[in-house]
Design a protein around this ligand. Structure first.
Ligand code: SAH
Length: 374
């Protein structure tokens, strides 16, 4: 009896090759004695051609494919649900191996297709206007789970091989669930892999990392990952920001702005995006717009105004369209590009700040930061 159990193929025991960098891949596959040329071929199959299984890797010898398939897996995520908005936005709810869930959103536009990727299950930051912060369970995603979102989305979009002029997934924004700079190493590894020339080949200019302001990690995001930076600013003084983005109590605005001034590779062609959620009567007055223009005057920046997206139990209202337009005009008059972000996928709760993967609706207590060690 026991024997038959012991020899039954155990899917979960297979080592996932997705998420390993080249050196780790080499180490993991050392028992197979592959030449570096073969490793390169495997990498291309995984990330350029998007092979969903080893059997389809026809550039590799058949015996090697069988060997690999016995011991290793290629990290696709299981979608519990897939919802498509009437505007074409797609939202996947992915179920991870430990049973926790994350959401990933694909936003097609005329000239690009952006994948909004999660970095954590839930979030510890507790921004008062954000639905994700009301989720109880929080943990960092592995590099494999971050890349898994990208690969699984590309499978679903039928978007292989990776580098093509007409690719559907052209941009990545680390703007899903979680704070990417609280999961620095895994986010870095996943994004460096996404940028690999012989793999997915996404340019760092097409990847944006958004942070609520983990000041000590901002410099490293620039020097070690080198992607575009977005800051969830949302307020122009500490009094308001302390209340709506509580991490501000730890890293106040002046420190955050200084870190932005110091961000590596900053220039006019590569600006920092400042996200600003438009909350009725909270942060949307003319005086706030003027203060914002003053505050950013020595930083190459653009402003992204985000109309507040409502969720069940939210205590805020969206600013009126006129108010948002007026705010945008003040910013434009002061010389800042200030597009208003069109809410996408609202009908499927896929818009900014609406992501949440558990049914739990209670706000997290302030006393239990699960993974917020910075
Ligand atoms: N933790 C990162 C990644 C989230 S990005 C960060 O804070 O930057 C998602 C963006 O949507 C952030 O700017 C976030 O502040 C904003 N957002 C959150 N809830 C929102 C809501 N209900 N309506 C509009 N924007 C929201």
């Amino acid at each position: 009896m026991m024997d038959s159990i012991a020899i039954a193929p155990d899917q979960t025991a297979k080592t996932n090759l997705i998420g390993l960098d080249l050196a780790e891949l080499e180490e993991t596959l050392a028992p197979l004695n592959l030449r570096s040329f073969r490793l390169g071929q495997l990498w291309q199959q995984m990330y350029r051609l998007g092979a969903p299984d080893f059997a389809s890797m026809t550039t590799l010898a058949k015996t090697l494919r069988v060997d690999l398939a016995e011991r290793f897996s290629l990290g696709r995520l299981e979608a519990s649900t897939t919802e498509v908005s009437k505007d074409g936005t797609t939202k996947w709810l992915f179920k991870l191996e430990d049973g926790s869930q994350v959401e990933t959103v694909y936003i097609p536009e005329k000239d690009r297709g952006t994948l909004c990727v999660s970095s954590q299950v839930g979030c510890t930051l507790n921004c008062r206007f954000c639905h994700t912060g009301t989720q109880m369970l929080v943990r960092n995603l592995t590099a494999a789970e971050i890349l898994g979102q990208i690969l699984t989305a590309k499978d679903a979009l039928n978007d292989w091989p990776a580098p093509r002029p007409d690719r559907k997934l052209t941009n990545i924004v680390m703007m899903g669930m979680g704070e990417p700079l609280y999961n620095f190493e895994n986010v870095k590894k996943a994004l460096l892999t996404a940028m690999s020339d012989t793999g997915l080949g996404l340019s760092r200019r097409r990847i944006t990392l958004s942070t609520a302001g983990v000041v000590p990690m901002i410099e490293r995001a620039g020097s070690e990952i080198g992607v575009n930076l977005a800051i969830s600013l949302h307020a122009t003084n500490d009094e308001i920001r302390d209340r709506i983005v509580p991490i501000n109590r730890k890293y106040p605005i002046e420190q955050l702005i200084q870190a932005c001034r110091d961000y590596p590779t900053l220039n006019n062609a590569r600006r920092i995006t400042f996200e600003y959620v438009m909350l009725k009567d909270v942060n949307d007055l003319d005086e706030h717009a003027h203060a914002l223009a003053r505050m950013l005057k020595d930083i190459p920046s653009k402003i992204n105004l985000i109309p507040f997206n409502k969720w069940p139990g939210a205590e805020f209202e969206r600013s009126t369209d006129e108010r948002i337009q007026r705010f945008a005009n003040i910013m434009m008059d002061a010389g800042y590009p200030s597009p208003v972000r069109t809410p996408r996928g609202e009908d499927i709760q896929a818009a900014c700040g609406q992501l949440k993967s558990a049914t739990e609706r209670k706000r997290r207590t302030k006393t239990a930061p699960a993974v917020a060690a910075d």
